[in-house]
Write a protein that binds this ligand. Structure first.
Ligand SMILES: Nc1nc2c(ncn2[C@@H]2O[C@H](COP(=O)(O)OP(=O)(O)O)[C@@H](O)[C@H]2O)c(=O)[nH]1
Ligand SMILES: [Mg+2]
Ligand SMILES: [Zn+2]
Ligand SMILES: [Zn+2]
Length: 360
């Protein structure tokens, strides 16, 4: 993710907590960083140094980054296992589990002061990690003392989820690397379902409006969110875009995320389902490179299936690797251009639209 902006959030968080005088007495900031958080400790430490130089704030403060391993809990035998090589299975009985105990932390664990007395008074700004995996998406377990760095995002995501529950709109967050076929799939899906359902698409893009124009040309209402260089969508951006859109009566809202499998994994957008596309042309090693994305998705779509005969890509291998991470992950193979698998995908959507309508 963005080390500099994380540091900024850490500092903002401390500034809101501490008096001006106390700020100068902070000796150590201890961060907990889960192995799945997609943040490199060394880059974070460098970003903090850069911050200290540029702002002359917290100049005597040390930043300590502790990496927290991925640990899962087994419902079968009750054992906790450290996850190695991104195989999410119990080390004791072998049952797959995505029930994370740790590994996604991105939080200020503790701050220490030069004055040891103060340490006793304020030694724990917070100590919590409960924001884990898709099982818990949509629940916020932060109490008043918690300073989870993504807390603000999760708050807005929850507001989106409530709003979309009121309007019974199914929300799908589509993620993939750049060029895996998200927009094309939106267009083909829109063509097939637009007579039957009211569909809207929010499209995140770094700089251009081209994708929304392509979708609108196919007769589906679309709105572009230009992120201005930010490489992922955040809940706040989606909320703002939703304010300008009339969502009354909308059955299905697609959010096409910015093309990137790294940081979009960390940002809950208030969606009901997260769908990851992986194109046959981009290699079948993606799940183990970007485990968190597959862990937090409900469905993996293997796209550009028409090119499978020409590229070294094994649907079987990619499915195995992805299910090592998330044993409940569903898989559909699709060619938007030839139409294979589109029927199955549309059915997947229609079932979920129906379920959402039933919620009272
Ligand atoms: N062969 C093939 N090409 C596709 C398919 N879907 C998309 N593409 C092409 O892949 C490129 C990127 O697609 P796009 O939908 O813009 O990807 P996005 O960046 O994920 O939104 C375009 O040139 C598409 O025509 C497919 O099913 N088969
Ligand atoms: Mg696109
Ligand atoms: Zn077990
Ligand atoms: Zn990003």
């Amino acid at each position: 993710m963005h080390e500099m902006s994380i540091i900024q959030q850490v500092v903002n968080s401390l500034n809101s907590e501490l008096s001006a005088e106390e700020k100068y007495q902070v000796s150590n900031i201890i961060l907990h960083l889960g192995e799945l958080s997609n943040v490199q400790p060394i880059l974070l430490e460098n970003a903090f140094k850069a911050y200290q130089e540029a702002s002359a704030d917290y100049v005597h403060t040390r930043l300590t980054v502790l990496q927290i391993p991925v640990v899962i809990h087994c419902d079968q035998c009750g054992e906790d296992s450290r996850v190695k090589q991104y195989v999410f299975k119990c080390n004791n009985c072998g049952k797959p589990s995505t029930n994370l105990i740790s590994g996604e932390e991105l939080l200020i664990h503790k701050i220490e002061f030069f004055d040891p007395f103060k340490l006793q008074l304020k030694n724990m700004i917070q100590l919590s990690q409960q924001r884990t995996s898709k099982n818990k998406r949509g629940t916020i377990n932060c109490d008043n003392t918690t300073r989870h760095l993504l807390q603000a995002n999760d708050f807005v995501a929850e507001a989106i989820r409530n709003k979309m529950l009121q309007s019974k709109t199914l929300v799908i967050n589509i993620v993939s690397s750049a060029g895996s076929g998200k927009t094309t799939l939106m267009i083909e899906t829109g063509k097939r379902l637009k007579e039957k359902y009211s569909i809207k698409v929010l499209v995140g893009d770094l700089e251009t409006e081209r994708d929304a124009d392509r979708i609108k040309a196919a007769g589906v209402d679309a709105l572009q969110i230009v992120t201005g260089g930010i490489c992922h969508l955040e809940a706040q951006m989606v909320w703002q875009a939703m304010e300008t859109m009339d969502l009354t009566g909308t059955d299905l809202l697609f959010i096409e995320n910015v093309g990137n499998l790294v940081c979009p994994a960390s940002f809950d957008l208030g969606e009901d389902y997260r769908v990851t596309l992986i194109a046959s042309t981009e290699g079948d090693d993606k799940p183990k490179k970007y485990p968190r994305m597959f862990l937090t998705s409900e469905l993996m779509i293997v796209s550009k299936a028409d090119l499978l005969p020409y590229v070294p890509f094994s649907v079987e291998e990619v499915t195995k690797d992805a299910r090592d991470i998330n044993h409940e992950l569903e898989v559909i193979t699709i060619s938007s251009i030839k139409g294979d698998g589109i029927e199955e995908w549309c059915q997947w959507l229609e079932e979920r639209i129906a379920l959402k309508r039933q919620i009272v």
